[in-house]
Design a protein around this ligand. Sequence first.
Ligand code: DQA
Length: 142
Amino acid sequence: MRVLVLNGPNLGRLGRRQPEIYGTTTHAELAAMCVAWGAELGLEVEVRQTNHEGVMVDWLNQAADDRTPVVLNAAAWTHYSYAVLDACAQLEAPLVEVHISDPQKRPEEFRHHSVVTPYAVEVVAGHGVEGYRMALEVLARG
Ligand code: DQA
């Protein structure tokens, strides 16, 4: 089974971005880990990251057309992007929402709401990059 792992804005700077919150694993390392975890689970994983909302919407639309399961860390778009919400609503295969930190436990009010959650079969948050493995396990379980 092919799976897309889609990462939103600022996640390309993982490892350098607020390591006290997001850890020291870089995005390239995370991508390699996701591919390896996927292989263990019998999944063919492709990892992408973009800072551009329209690019993310295009990827989600393609995933809807292809009925591809998605692991999505929409990063800040999680909290306010109705374009990402509409794109998630069109997905045909399961969607797992993932966050490295736990937005619900962070002090900023705006992080407490997710436009993605209503369309996700599961939310994995607060487990660091390990959360991506947990999200892939959800998809592998079917
Ligand atoms: C994040 C949490 C979001 O609130 C934040 O905007 C991010 C990353 C996470 O993975 O913990 O960019 O999605």
